[in-house]
Design a protein around this ligand. Structure first.
Ligand SMILES: Cc1cc2nc3c(=O)[nH]c(=O)nc-3n(C[C@H](O)[C@H](O)[C@H](O)COP(=O)(O)OP(=O)(O)OC[C@H]3O[C@@H](n4cnc5c(N)ncnc54)[C@H](O)[C@@H]3O)c2cc1C
Ligand code: FES
Length: 292
């Protein structure tokens, strides 16, 4: 699909590349359908300067901008050691994400970012890691998994827990072999089984019971729907993991992504700049407030 180009967009040379308003033009280089409503797309920046200078850390996100349609916050789901092309895994839920899902190889879009605080992977070196992801929340931890594979010797045991509605909704299925080859213990679960499914049926928090956790040596990073993250955090705390060793990525609606508009506010936090990654001891009390 080729989108109509607005007359005055983009202004790539008019803004400092460090400005949060600077939108980098990019083209879709590859797409991979993950499930009926989720697609991973690899973007390559059009400008040599962006291909050379753009950097991100695992857990950060971009604002993907389609002129005339809008912008959405989308996690960067690729290897942080290779920033000239970045991957985004998108579930089509609304106007922007449906339009993103219709893009084809060669189509143009614009990228603001990267934004937000990353997973604290440097601080977690030498610890056992549990990486828990519900649905498209896997996108937020994919770069962390890439980082851990590259620096495998720096971490203890690593378990990835991933849950989806049905087996057909499990994401990144073609990556599982590579994860296992790097000594990652992968556990999958689905809400509803399908013919041929031999794994467990239920929800991600139940997978924690399958792990041999040494609480004092374990940290957990988690992304998914907020009730799922709360349930994972509560079960981890019951297993003895410290709340300050549990990190969640909060996916609230965003507009400016720069701490200016307040749309993403949750309690005292502006999720776009104080998060999206926050430790559970800080954000847990606010997640527990209904309808906040
Ligand atoms: C830091 C961060 C990282 C994110 N990373 C990703 C990512 O990697 N991949 C991804 O697909 N999304 C991601 N999201 C979520 C994405 O930004 C939102 O879903 C966004 O609102 C989509 O914009 P839209 O215009 O398509 O939908 P909107 O017009 O904003 O919403 C349309 C409808 O869908 C509902 N809706 C919105 N979001 C969701 C949702 N997540 N699940 C179910 N229903 C929803 C709304 O309530 C509304 O009814 C992330 C959000 C944040 C804050
Ligand atoms: S999105 Fe505007 S303050 Fe966070």
């Amino acid at each position: 699909m080729t989108l109509p180009a607005p007359l005055s967009y983009p202004p790539p040379e008019s803004l400092d590349p460090g400005s949060p308003w600077h939108a980098r033009p990019a083209r879709i280089d590859r797409v991979r359908d993950e499930s009926a409503d989720v697609r991973t797309m690899v973007l390559v920046f059009e400008q040599a300067r962006d291909r050379r200078d753009y950097r991100f850390l695992p857990g950060q996100f971009n604002m993907l901008l389609l002129p005339g349609i809008g912008e959405a916050a989308i996690s960067i789901a690729s290897d942080p050691e290779h920033c000239s092309a970045v991957a985004h895994t998108v579930r089509a839920v609304g106007s922007v994400t449906h339009a993103l899902a219709r893009l084809e190889v060669g189509d143009q879009l614009f990228v603001r970012g990267p934004f937000g605080r990353p997973w604290p992977l440097e601080e977690l070196r030498e610890r056992d890691l549990i990486i828990a992801a519900g649905g498209v929340g896997l996108a937020s931890v994919q770069a962390a998994i890439c980082h851990c594979m590259t620096h495998r010797g720096d971490y203890g045991r690593i378990a990835v827990l991933h849950g989806a509605k049905t087996p057909a909704d499990l994401l990144c299925r073609s990556d599982y072999g590579r994860w296992r080859d790097h000594g990652i213990d992968l556990h999958l679960i689905v809400d509803h089984a399908a013919p041929g499914w031999q794994g467990p049926v239920g929800f991600v928090p139940q997978l924690l019971d399958r792990l041999e956790i040494v609480p004092s040596e374990t940290s957990l990073i988690c992304c998914g729907p907020e009730p799922m993250m709360e349930a994972v955090a509560r079960r981890s705390i019951a297993a003895g993991i410290d709340p300050d060793q549990i990190f969640v990525s909060i996916e609230r609606l965003m507009a400016c992504a720069s701490g200016l508009c307040g749309l993403c506010q949750l309690g005292p936090f502006f999720i776009c700049k104080d998060g999206p990654v926050l430790s559970y001891d800080r954000i847990g009390p606010w997640l527990a407030v209904p309808h906040l």
